[in-house]
Design a protein around this ligand. Structure first.
Ligand code: SF4
Ligand code: SF4
Length: 473
């Protein structure tokens, strides 16, 4: 095989240099062909494992309520057995942090793999184009239909497509609302037109978001609107694996003709199938491009062609810049500084979330020592410290609590023998005055223990260590 006559830079664009884009600007609507293969199957599997839980989880009962429910009026979030209160909202912040770092880690290892397989935009676009495939026909038939003047057949096909698009977007929108309003209420109130203003607004916004962005705008969201596409270049390096055309093997491309000497040609038979299946309209033979969402569909298409022409598969494959240019194969793609760093933070964040969720106490106590004065010497030769506390009952029912002090001999408080009654979710401010006989103080500051305990369920308790101040010794 002769060496490619075209310069390397014509084929491969450095990972951080996207000056040479081959990108669909939205002038032409993309009608991508559907192919089957390894990566298509992986995509189906990922979609099923994400979409089925999204659509089905709201129907899962948990006792007398929905298993997963964001109860906005009640200011609670139910996650199976766990109830997250507004005071625990930092868990959501941790979850978001976890999601972002996981995304960074995935990008460092395999580029826009999230975009091509897990992003809601891509998954719903896939469903919308699947509906298009069944109602309007193959890519070729759809292009023909676009160019055809309006007639009965075109009206019938377009109407059927829009009907199913409306069904899918309605299902999506109601499911989304179901996580907040309860799924059965969400359906019932839709059909009886009983949504309140917030529910109608959410329903319409989510519906339109999916209808427009995945039905019409499609790959232009990935190319121009999504901020992640803009920043992903800084997360990758030359060992990041992306869908790559092996130009060394493929060029010079050319059609194979029977009975002719094809030895001067590369392995690419210039069939254009990789372009016609690409959902974002990229010609991957032009080098790594920002429009490529790493879905791997062109790999399936090209492998199929290679098999048919009796050549080795993998002309387009997942590989890194270093692998293509320098023949360096990073066997363990995870053991590089950048992925290790991201994975470390991801693991720590995940452990933090799990610990917080699993060992989250159902009661909470916030204690602030009064600053001025820090202590008062009383006439009965005791020293008094004042604490401003907030007590939270995060259980599902009203409960009675006691607050006891210990840690210094002879310590008593104004709450000794008293009961604090809190309804479910209530936060109560309590002023605590602790007295200690002056003779019992051994230093000017000593630790003191406050214990909040449920009367109905003594196992439910929270211990807090604070400081008790006294005069200089
Ligand atoms: S170039 Fe290939 S991997 Fe990239 S978006 Fe197109 S089909 Fe998917
Ligand atoms: S599918 Fe493979 S053989 Fe066909 S044009 Fe693309 S790279 Fe070349």
């Amino acid at each position: 095989m002769t060496e490619p006559t075209v310069k390397k830079s014509d084929y491969l664009i450095e990972h951080d240099d996207y000056t040479h884009w081959d990108i669909n600007l939205g002038d032409d609507k993309i009608h991508a062909r559907r192919v089957s293969g390894r990566f298509r199957n992986i995509r189906w599997l990922i979609m099923a494992s994400l979409l089925l839980p999204f659509f089905l989880v709201p129907y899962l009962p948990w006792g007398d309520r929905q298993a997963v429910l964001f109860d906005i009026p009640g200011r609670k979030f139910y996650l199976f057995d766990i109830t997250v209160w507004p005071q625990d909202l930092f868990i959501l912040a941790l979850l978001m942090l976890f999601a972002f770092i996981l995304l960074f880690a995935m990008t460092a290892i395999a580029g826009r793999i999230f975009c091509g397989n897990m992003c809601p935009q891509t998954m719903w676009t896939d469903l919308m184009t699947l509906i298009e495939r069944f109602t309007e026909g193959t890519a070729r038939q759809r292009i023909k239909l676009e160019l055809m003047p309006w007639n009965a057949e075109k009206i019938r096909k377009k109407t059927t497509k829009h009907f199913f698009w409306i069904v899918l977007c309605t299902l999506t929108s109601v499911t989304f609302l179901g996580y907040f309003s309860g799924i059965y209420d969400a359906w019932y109130n839709l059909f009886t037109l009983q949504y309140n203003i917030f529910e109608w607004t959410s329903f319409i916004l989510v519906f339109l978001l999916f209808y427009v962005s995945t039905g019409y705008v499609r790959e232009q969201v990935c190319n121009w609107i999504c901020p992640y596409a803009r920043i992903q270049a800084v997360m990758t390096d030359k060992d990041t694996i992306t869908t790559t055309y092996d130009y060394k093997r493929g060029e010079p491309r050319g059609r194979v003709k029977k009975g002719q000497d094809n030895s001067d040609k590369g392995d690419c038979v210039d069939c254009n199938l990789c372009v016609s299946v690409c959902p974002t309209g990229v010609d991957i033979r032009g080098g790594n491009q920002i429009g490529c969402i790493n879905c791997g569909v062109c790999i399936d298409a090209c492998d199929d062609i290679m098999e048919k022409v009796g050549r080795e598969k993998g002309l387009i494959r997942f590989m890194s810049h270093n692998e293509l240019e320098n023949g360096v194969t990073t066997n363990n793609r995870f053991l590089r500084p950048r992925p290790i760093f991201y994975m470390l933070i991801t693991t720590l964040t995940f452990m933090g979330i799990m610990y917080t969720l699993l060992f989250k106490s159902d009661i909470d106590m916030n204690v602030n020592h009064e600053r001025s004065p820090t202590f008062t010497i009383m006439s009965d030769r005791t020293v008094q410290n004042t604490y401003h506390t907030i007590i939270l009952n995060k259980t599902e029912s009203a409960a009675n609590f006691t607050l006891e002090v210990s840690g210094i001999e002879g310590a008593t408080s104004n709450l000794d023998g008293k009961t604090l009654k809190l309804t479910s979710g209530q936060a109560k401010k309590v002023t605590l005055r602790i007295k200690v006989p002056q003779k019992n103080l051994t230093s000017e500051r000593q630790p003191i223990i406050l214990k909040l305990q449920s009367i109905e369920n003594p196992e439910l308790s929270k211990t807090y260590e604070s400081m008790f101040f006294g005069p200089r010794k």
